[in-house]
Design a protein around this ligand. Structure first.
Ligand SMILES: Nc1ncnc2c1ncn2[C@@H]1O[C@H](COP(=O)(O)OP(=O)(O)OP(=O)(O)O)[C@@H](O)[C@H]1O
Length: 474
């Protein structure tokens, strides 16, 4: 008998209707198609990881070489907890680590991964193979089970994509004698600066504002904060080749050698990005954080369409892209703004805050923020026409978009130029310099004082059915 499909459902995610949806729609569908399955319900935070470990044990005890297939019914946080719980544990007694194939169903609040795989308006799949169901399946239900339909469809040429996992290590200063820190896995985003600060505030608002509106309230509070840090970007080193650090050039619509940074180091392959930063977000898997907020529009887990010319078909970065080997960074550095830097430090924060909203609002317009350029001359009133960003104009790009294989984030200690955030002062023992704040798929962590975060990418092999790691059906 083939291994069962496992369904991990989080009754606390999103509007809380995952369990009912499984009972009403998924279970009858699988029963009808004679697909064996087991339902596991999370009972508390982090329980998805324990459930994953129990599934792994049962799978190993059964001695099967099948992949472990799990339908995750929840938000990005539920998948994150499953992956985090399994980290370092998937060793199959020397036979290689287990291969996990995930089907994410969008029952969280933001559903970043699902809406990146299926942006609003995506074409619906052919579901004629479901026409024998006693009750016809509605379009609304189909839109929530798209990965499952790909898998269950009789056309069996589909296969899951490798899911890149970023591994973040929060290291104390080199002088500190601490045991090596355990890496934090993320499958959606790893961020610092404004995005992490927004999550920090929005978690505090979760009880009073369960919907996505709380993110906007939190953004108002932190949009003018400057985060003092340096980042170093590293190239991709993968079996598929080496991929240099590159920067998106909206004027030519192509990836090019970084052009807003100084000179590279490390034999020309490593690049330093000096702060202060306002926004710093990395992802290897999603182009959006919610259906309409397309913050990293060049990121996709789906292979790019075959290139028309044979030269570009064998080009290393394209193949690395198709193996999901790049981390994409979306960066805003406020002092690159000619208006902001023309003001004395006390007024920079409020000036920048308006720019930040101007830019991030454009992410809601199909990710068009990456095409913005600063006006060439820093004249005119803040908020006026001459202050506004242009689209692919003559000035410097507003958003710096890079792709790389990994990076270090090194917070610098608070300095007078940093706008310090005073809101958390009631928290005992926590340093208030929020450049040390890191958000890993919505979970917040602090980099030790004087230390740094090291972010590296782990991508499962995609050529052999028995390769371990996480794969995703879509
Ligand atoms: N039985 C439970 N009771 C309470 N909390 C739970 C339970 N099971 C899981 N959780 C917690 O629910 C939280 C929310 O889940 P999840 O992040 O998937 O949904 P979300 O926050 O609504 O959506 P998204 O992450 O897409 O924004 C998780 O962080 C998890 O720790």
């Amino acid at each position: 008998m083939s291994s069962p499909l496992h369904i991990i459902v989080n009754p606390a995610a999103g509007a809380g209707n995952g369990p009912q949806f499984i009972d009403n729609h998924v279970a009858p569908l699988l029963d009808h198609l004679n697909v064996p399955f087991q339902i596991h319900t999370t009972e508390a935070p982090a329980h998805a990881g324990d459930l994953g470990l129990a599934i792994l044990s049962a799978h190993q005890a059964a001695g099967t070489l099948d992949p472990i297939r799990v339908i995750v019914v929840g938000g990005d946080g539920t998948t994150h907890e499953l992956i985090e719980g399994l980290q370092g544990s998937a060793n199959d007694e020397g036979k290689g680590s287990a291969r996990w194939e995930l089907f994410i169903l969008p029952f969280g609040t933001a559903n970043a991964l699902y809406s990146s795989l299926y942006p609003p308006g995506s074409p619906l799949p052919d579901t004629t193979f479901l026409s024998s169901l006693p009750t016809p399946i509605s379009e609304d239900v189909i839109k929530q089970i798209l990965p499952l339909i790909v898998y269950l469809s009789p056309q069996k040429d589909a296969k899951p994509f490798p899911l890149p996992i970023t591994l973040t290590t929060l290291n104390p200063p080199a002088s500190a004698s601490a045991p090596p820190a355990k890496a934090i896995p993320t499958h959606v985003v790893l961020s610092t600066s404004l995005h992490a600060a927004i999550l920090d505030t929005s978690e505090k608002l979760r009880a009073s504002q369960p919907g996505t509106a709380r993110f906007k309230v939190a953004a108002q509070e932190s949009a003018g904060v400057f985060f003092n840090a340096d980042a170093t970007l590293f190239p991709v080193h993968a079996a598929g080749g080496v991929g240099n650090v590159e920067q998106w050039d909206p004027k030519t619509d192509s990836w090019v050698t970084p052009y807003t940074l100084g000179e590279p180091k490390g034999a020309g392959s490593e690049w330093t990005v000096s702060g202060p930063f306002a926004y710093f977000l990395s992802t290897a898997s999603v182009d959006r954080l919610e259906p309409a907020f397309v913050i990293s529009p060049k990121t996709s887990l789906r292979p790019s369409p075959p290139a028309s010319s044979s030269t570009s078909a064998t080009h290393a970065p394209t193949s690395l892209e198709n193996q999901n080997q790049y981390i994409h960074l979306t960066i805003l550095r406020p002092l690159r703004d000619p208006f902001v830097s023309s003001f004395p430090p006390p007024q920079r924060s409020t000036t920048w805050s308006q720019r930040a909203f101007e830019v991030l609002a454009k992410a809601y317009h199909a990710g068009s923020h990456i095409n913005l350029t600063y006006p060439v001359s820093a004249a005119g009133e803040v908020g006026s026409e001459s202050w506004a960003s242009e689209v692919k104009g003559e000035g410097e790009v507003v958003v710096e978009l890079f792709r790389c294989g990994g990076f270090d984030w090194v917070p610098l200690s608070s300095q007078s130029s940093v706008v310090e955030d005073k809101r958390d002062e009631e928290e005992e023992g926590v340093d208030k310099d929020r450049a040390r704040l890191v958000c890993a798929d919505g979970a917040l962590h602090w980099i030790p004082q004087g230390g740094k975060a090291e972010i590296r990418l782990s991508v499962p092999g995609s050529d052999s059915g028995r390769d371990g790691g996480f794969f995703i059906w879509a």
